[in-house]
Design a protein around this ligand. Structure first.
Ligand SMILES: *[C@@H]1O[C@H](CO)[C@@H](O)[C@H](O)[C@H]1NC(C)=O
Ligand SMILES: *[C@@H]1O[C@H](CO)[C@@H](O)[C@H](O)[C@H]1NC(C)=O
Ligand SMILES: *[C@@H]1O[C@H](CO)[C@@H](O)[C@H](O)[C@H]1NC(C)=O
Ligand SMILES: *[C@@H]1O[C@H](CO)[C@@H](O)[C@H](O)[C@H]1NC(C)=O
Ligand SMILES: *[C@@H]1O[C@H](CO)[C@@H](O)[C@H](O)[C@H]1NC(C)=O
Ligand SMILES: *[C@@H]1O[C@H](CO)[C@@H](O)[C@H](O)[C@H]1NC(C)=O
Length: 613
């Protein structure tokens, strides 16, 4: 956090230090300090007599930690006035305290929060602590960096309102190993696509209750910008109404949507149990967003008058600001707050590269009315899914990872990377998964990535993807032929039977709650038929499951990556049910899904038939 210090140094020494401790006040640009919140002005509002009493304040949305480094981690909470419980409606009518983010503040005074990090759950052996202020300017969020920690170590943390006994829940976190450290095992849970109205976030709670991973990776669609049920207009009536009850445009809208999500008990549990390393997908801003727009925006005068009360840039700024306020992440480039792409080393075991294939510098994508046009230009070499700057950085990360000898390269991608064609020969509604909104609409970007891997012999690559609301396991391969009949002679460079010619594996995860290819209440015959069809016509696809919501867990050692896909039987209630949909292995240097022998297991969905034991 060199840049944070740079800003600090502009302030008088001492008095302002704890004000600047809250990263959310900082300008997203070192060269434009005026874009930050003026900490001096906030501090001036701290007038005795107008301040909130500790009893008027609470930690309304839990605690969270994220972006672990070897010696530091980001800690998050929200310390807000409980407006309505101060009144006498008990939060029954009007805005409940959980949702209060509005401008009707009775006092503009900032709130003082203390935090501490301890080695033990009882919070006795404190190793790091500090003080930070927050205020309505940043939605009462608190984000601090706890430093001077030991690598790959569990810590507990807690916030309290200054000089009081009003305390947050205790969170647990874990630092990353140092890049050079020998690490024998690391485990990750992988999530994407959590639509609030469509179900309970049981998936988030499962890994926490099992305590089965070290870190959580989120590939985006943590929230959706839609009013309630998205553009389908229908869904279950289970009382999950996301706030506000209209589409998100303003900063206030986006903040309130994050606040709604952080009332789900299982999401809260995951945040306080594991450090998260998230990236965003399209819906953190708007459906099918790209560099200059999103679905609903036709860039006609009408789009602004009828649909969008704000400009593309303003909406993106609102969305991005709320994201940084609410998510426990670092801004790795202080002069580019649209840059969320970043990497983390986990000892000699794993390099994790988190991409932004959505907002950063993405060429135009499918916006429904232009789908055929995008299909026709998908192969144009001048299209890019992430922009030249990010792409060069990405390739450099892969090369450096190989050079330093990390056993595995994990790549977090929002959208599905591998060739996937579910187009039935006869017209049908099957086109859902043949989407030019994925890497399939940017084949030049995909080819350049594969070219970089093949030509530099960069092996042991694991691509992770979300966005599609279904589960997919594919050999990672540059397909020279996509002939649906997988005879080896059709694929001179790739044999789907053995996986020869592949250079890694893609594990694409289903949604936490968002409806899949069969709608929010799918029929098994329909989803099964789709899975069967998909494995039949896609050469590199080894398994798919299109029925269940769920998540996956990666258990990584130097010898292998073991991947378990968990399915959730029902998200219509908060419950603890789950089952193993499929279990897969990637052995070191095999660069493909390990074929039947050795624990290959599938309980749901459809696998290539020659892989069945
Ligand atoms: C403070 O928040 C916690 C967790 O959200 C809640 O359990 C508790 O009842 C709240 N305290 C008050 C005084 O409202
Ligand atoms: C956007 O433009 C397309 C093509 O002209 C049209 O079909 C669609 O209705 C427009 N959408 C909006 C929201 O204006
Ligand atoms: C991209 O290249 C194609 C030719 O392959 C050309 O027709 C098109 O105008 C180019 N697009 C841009 C945005 O440069
Ligand atoms: C997708 O598969 C269908 C056959 O099912 C085929 O006609 C079509 O050409 C394929 N599309 C692409 C882009 O590979
Ligand atoms: C990407 O590679 C495939 C397979 O070799 C090829 O058919 C396609 O034309 C390539 N596309 C681009 C844009 O390079
Ligand atoms: C076929 O795939 C290989 C990688 O296996 C790649 O190097 C080659 O350029 C591809 N050929 C074409 C024509 O796309």
């Amino acid at each position: 956090m060199k840049s944070a210090l740079a800003i600090l140094s502009l302030l008088p020494v001492g008095s302002f230090a704890s004000w600047a401790g809250n990263i959310n006040y900082l300008s997203p640009s070192v060269h434009h300090p005026s874009l930050g919140i003026s900490i001096r002005r906030v501090a001036k509002r701290s007038v005795p007599g107008t301040e909130y009493t500790p009893q008027q304040l609470n930690f309304t949305h839990g605690v969270a930690s994220g972006d672990p480094y070897a010696t530091s981690v980001i800690l998050w909470t929200r310390a807000a006035p409980m407006m309505d419980s101060v009144n006498d409606d008990g939060g029954v009518t009007g805005l409940s305290p959980m949702y209060w983010h509005g401008p009707e503040v009775t006092s503009t005074a900032p709130v003082c929060v203390e935090w501490k990090v301890a080695k033990d759950k009882a919070m006795k052996q404190v190793v790091s602590n500090g003080k930070a202020y927050t205020s309505s300017d940043i939605d009462f969020t608190v984000k601090v960096e706890a430093t001077h920690l030991k690598p790959f170590t569990y810590y507990y943390y807690q916030f309290n309102i200054c000089n009081s006994n009003v305390k947050s829940p205790i969170g647990r976190t874990k630092t990353a190993p140092r890049p050079g450290d020998h690490v024998s095992r690391a485990r990750f849970a992988v999530y994407s696509c959590a639509f609030y109205a469509y179900g309970y976030f049981n998936a988030y709670g499962h890994s926490a209750r099992k305590d089965s991973v070290d870190y959580v990776l989120h590939l985006g669609d943590y929230i959706y910008e839609y009013a309630r049920y998205g553009n389908t207009g229908e869904g279950p009536d289970i009382g999950r109404v996301p706030q506000p009850e209209h589409e998100l445009f303003t900063l206030y809208d986006y903040r309130l949507r994050y606040a709604t999500h952080r009332t789900d008990e299982d999401l809260l549990l995951s945040h306080r149990t594991f450090p998260w390393i998230p990236t965003w997908d399209d819906h953190e801003v708007a459906d099918n967003s790209w560099r200059d727009g999103y679905t609903k925006l036709n860039n006609t005068e009408n789009s602004f008058i009828e649909d969008d009360p704000v400009s593309v840039d303003q909406r993106k700024m609102n969305a991005v600001r709320a994201y940084f306020e609410w998510m426990p992440i670092r801004q790795v480039d202080m002069d580019d707050n649209l840059r969320i792409w970043r990497s983390t080393a986990f000892g000699d075991l794993v390099d994790l590269v988190m991409l932004d294939t959505r907002h950063y510098d993405r060429s135009i994508t499918t916006l429904y009315y232009n789908d055929d046009y995008i299909g026709s230009i998908a192969d144009e070499p001048n299209r890019s899914q992430m922009g030249g700057r990010q792409e060069n950085w990405f390739f450099r990360q892969l090369s450096e990872s190989q050079k330093r000898g990390a056993s595995w390269r994990l790549v977090g991608s929002q959208t599905v990377f591998s060739y996937l064609n579910n187009t039935k020969p006869t017209p049908s509604d099957f086109n859902y998964v043949f989407r030019y909104d994925s890497w399939q609409g940017y084949t030049a970007s995909r080819n350049r990535t594969l070219h970089h891997m093949y030509s530099n012999n960069i092996q042991n690559n694991i691509v992770l993807a979300g966005d599609s609301h279904a589960s997919w396991v594919s050999d990672l391969v540059w397909l020279n032929s996509t002939d649906p009949d997988p005879r080896p002679e059709d694929h001179p460079d790739y044999d789907p039977r053995t996986g020869r010619g592949a250079i890694g594996v893609e594990f694409a995860s289903t949604a936490v709650t968002s409806p899949g290819t069969g709608g929010w209440n799918p029929k098994l015959e329909v989803t099964q038929e789709r899975s069967d069809f998909a494995v039949k016509i896609n050469p590199s696809l080894q398994w798919t499951e299109q029925h269940h919501r769920g998540y996956l867990e990666l258990d990584i050692t130097h010898e292998k990556v073991k991947t378990t896909y968990f399915g959730i039987p029902s998200v219509m209630s908060r419950n603890r049910d789950e089952f193993v949909m499929g279990e897969f292995e990637v052995r070191k240097d095999e660069n493909r899904v390990h074929r039947p022998a050795g624990g290959y297991k599938v309980n749901s969905g459809s696998a290539k038939k020659y892989l069945k034991v």
